[in-house]
Write a protein that binds this ligand. Structure first.
Ligand code: ADP
Ligand code: MG
Length: 256
């Protein structure tokens, strides 16, 4: 059965994009067929994947075609990254202009879900969706089509407000549009030896024990090196790469 996993948190800078890329590559290395979708108008995942930004077959155009009832061939929207050899659908800034158009459409929450029902996507076992740091129609679309969500939480600051907001959003999504949405887990990221980091982990253990993932991601500068080189931490064989492989194994255990 296909798993569609949203990597979501309304807060920016919590490692959503880093997690989407590296969990995706790690799952692929473990033999799974994986597709990444960049659903953030900032397109940082596309940049990380070394996408050619002049390419016109981006997610906004696919959504546009879908709204206008004229999607003929989804295949041309699927790219394969040169460095990590992973399949993805890129994004671009124009996606943010499309929000208004999506907002006024009937069944607006279901646009991405309907797109992904295309036969072509059946070959993937895992689809990972990178989302933007706001609660908008794009995030709602991601959550509506997803079987699961992973919520990265940056362990550097006290970010519990954003976590609670995300959990409230999930409750609403489950109530109104996607009762099957499963919280795969809360993922602590940028964990280090500071007291702040320890306090955040303690707080998560006390309050969300059953949702907290076993894998924690450390704070290491290699993360930004990986982004700069446009190669995943997994492929670069970095310490964080190993942690994301651990995470992939945990996800495989939990989703079967
Ligand atoms: P988001 O998509 O949630 O905005 P990003 O994945 O873009 O977050 O990460 C935000 C910043 O933090 C980036 O500069 C990234 O390189 C850095 N970063 C991500 N993960 C780590 C980590 N484990 N350790 C240190 N820096 C990290
Ligand atoms: Mg991002």
């Amino acid at each position: 059965m296909m798993k569609i996993i949203t990597i979501g948190n309304q807060k920016g800078g919590v490692a959503k994009t880093t997690t989407t890329m590296n969990l995706g590559v790690a799952l692929q290395e473990l033999g799974k067929k994986v597709l990444l979708i960049d659903l953030d108008p900032q397109a940082s995942l596309s940049v990380y994947l070394n996408h050619n930004l002049n390419d016109k077959y981006t997610i906004d155009r696919l959504i546009d075609e879908f709204i206008n009832d004229e999607v003929k061939n989804v295949e041309k929207y699927i790219k394969t990254s040169e460095n990590d050899k992973i399949d993805y659908i890129p994004s671009k800034a124009r996606l943010s202009a499309l929000e208004k158009e999506m907002d006024t459409r009937y069944s607006r929450e279901f646009i991405l879900k309907e797109i992904l029902e295309n036969e072509y996507f059946k070959k993937y076992e895992y689809i990972l969706i990178d989302t933007c740091p706001s609660l908008n129609i794009l995030l709602t679309n991601a959550l509506t089509c997803s079987t699961d969500i992973i919520i990265p939480v940056q362990s550097q600051f006290f970010t519990m407000d954003s976590l609670n907001l995300m959990l409230e959003t999930i409750t609403k999504i489950k109530k109104y549009v996607n009762s099957n949405l499963n919280i795969l887990g809360i993922l602590p990221t940028m964990v280090d030896n500071t007291n702040m980091s320890k306090e955040v982990i303690e707080y998560l253990k006390e309050n969300y024990a059953n949702k907290l993932l076993d894998t924690h991601i450390s704070r290491l500068v290699e993360a930004s090196e990986s982004t700069a080189f446009k190669i995943s931490l997994v492929k670069m064989n970095k310490r964080l790469g190993k942690q994301y492989t651990e995470l992939a194994n945990e996800i495989l255990r939990k989703s079967h």
